[in-house]
Ligand binder design. Structure first.
Ligand code: AMP
Ligand code: GLY
Length: 424
């Protein structure tokens, strides 16, 4: 088979890494890819939003299966376009990806189908938003309705901070048109988990549990990022929580999408808040999480290609996914300044030394090549990921890799996986 992976981040490097191990694959492409995917696939110089050019590429090169990593092309309708042209593609349609593309839609879906979530309101008017904020009280959470690369969520500690965030978003200054509607919701406490499933719209295969670390600094301090590290399995997802997540969240959401005429196929990612044995849903994403994908795919024992293909064909019957009985931890190394304006073009040292460690794999995200060497070129630069017999061993492995890599101003959290250790 010929497979095309769309995207160029750490998640896509992990997908390429996993797919490249399948005996079913003869040729693998990645558009646009990054210096990490270049070693495993042929990179194609197309951006993820160049839908017509991607379609043309897939046709000309007789691609048998396209796998979409990021949300943007899904929300632009890449799946609809490829399918209309008779091409197989893994991911939700534009209508189905709306579950991530609009937080207001997502919250209304949860409300309608009794998926547990925080109390909320949807606003386009500042005065109405202000009334809701005054009724609910701070802390309170303000979210841009549209896509904002994981950064459109403000946890406001005071009423005035919340109002400032709403004003910023509604004025279009903060997130452009993505912020022209806002969701304001009750602040939830508890421990977060990333609960991902693969579905053909009816049948659901849950992936192993995972936990992300959204805040930039240790101890979950500082602004939220796209994710500074992740591990799997996540002990917060006990057998009981798993059962509740499937019954109360994933099953009704997937059935609800079908009932709404937006049948969902692909990966559905539920961001959960777990507290006192109960789950509440923070959000849905229409794709693999980044960086959750990196440790999840390192732990995946089964060939992923038959599963991706079955979803593209609309029937998962008879398939399951086996997991290595090991833990995996991914530590994200980010550029100076991230998640704000960040530096680019710093030379990265130590990549080979890190890669030579056993059970350690360095996934590239924001890197590029300059004069034959690797330089920083994005906010999240690398995801150093390790397998270990226990979470503790995997943490040690990942940080051994991190210790070998450096560039000026590099930042990473030193507590990835600590919550898992606190529970075992
Ligand atoms: P979202 O993109 O909606 O998942 O929000 C990103 C992050 O913001 C989540 O992973 C949480 O860390 C935080 N967050 C979102 N909604 C809430 C909430 N209602 N209460 C507390 N934290 C939240
Ligand atoms: N790591 C969080 C996300 O992919 O949305």
């Amino acid at each position: 088979m010929k497979i095309l992976v769309i995207g160029g981040g750490g998640r896509e490097h992990a997908l390429v890494w996993k797919i490249s191990q399948s005996p079913l694959v003869d040729k693998l492409y990645c558009a646009p890819g990054n210096p990490g995917t270049a070693g495993l696939a042929e990179n194609v110089a197309l951006r993820v939003d160049q839908l017509d050019e991607l379609l043309e590429f897939a046709k000309v090169n007789s691609i048998d299966l396209t796998v979409v990593g990021p949300e943007q092309p899904l929300s632009l309708g890449i799946v609809d376009l490829f399918e209309a042209n008779g091409l197989k593609i893994f991911g939700p349609s534009k209508d189905a990806a709306f579950i991530e593309g609009s937080k207001a839609f997502s919250k209304d879906l949860m409300h309608k189908y009794n998926v547990p979530t925080a109390a909320y309101g949807v606003f386009t008017d500042l005065a109405e938003a202000e009334r809701f904020i005054d009724q609910t009280g701070a802390p309170i959470v303000v979210k841009a309705d549209g896509l904002a690369a994981g950064k459109g969520v403000i946890i406001a500690r005071t009423r005035d901070e919340a109002l400032d965030a709403v004003r910023d978003m509604l004025s279009g200054n903060a997130f452009g048109s993505a912020g022209s509607r806002v969701v304001i919701e009750e602040f939830l406490t508890g421990e977060e988990a990333s609960f991902l499933v693969i579905t053909d719209g009816r049948q659901i295969i849950p992936l192993a549990s995972a936990q992300d670390h959204k805040a930039i600094f240790d101890g979950d301090q500082g602004p939220n990022t796209g994710g500074m590290g992740a591990y799997s399995p996540a002990p917060v997802v006990t057998a009981d929580i798993h059962e509740k997540a499937m019954r109360q969240v994933l099953r009704p959401a997937i059935d609800g999408m079908a009932a709404e005429g937006r049948p969902y196929r692909g990966v559905l990612y539920a961001g959960l808040m777990v507290k006192d044995g109960q789950v509440k849903t923070l959000e849905f994403n229409a794709r693999f999480g980044d960086p959750e994908c990196q440790p999840l795919l390192m732990r995946m024992k089964s060939d992923i290609v038959p599963v991706l293909l079955a979803v593209a064909n609309g029937d998962l019957a008879g398939l399951d996914i086996e997991w290595h009985d090991k833990a995996a931890v991914c530590v994200v190394m980010a550029a100076a300044g991230y998640p704000g304006d960040y530096r680019k073009g710093d030379a990265i040292e130590g990549l080979e030394q890190a890669a030579s460690l056993e059970d350690v794999y360095v996934f590239h995200a924001g890197t590029s090549t300059r004069d034959g060497s690797c330089v920083t070129n994005g906010g999240r630069v690398l995801g150093v990921t390790a397998l270990g017999g226990t979470v503790k061993e995997a943490i040690a492995g990942a940080y051994a890799g991190v210790a070998r890599i450096s560039w000026p101003g590099v930042q990473y959290r030193s507590d990835i996986g600590r919550k898992a250790l606190d529970r075992v």
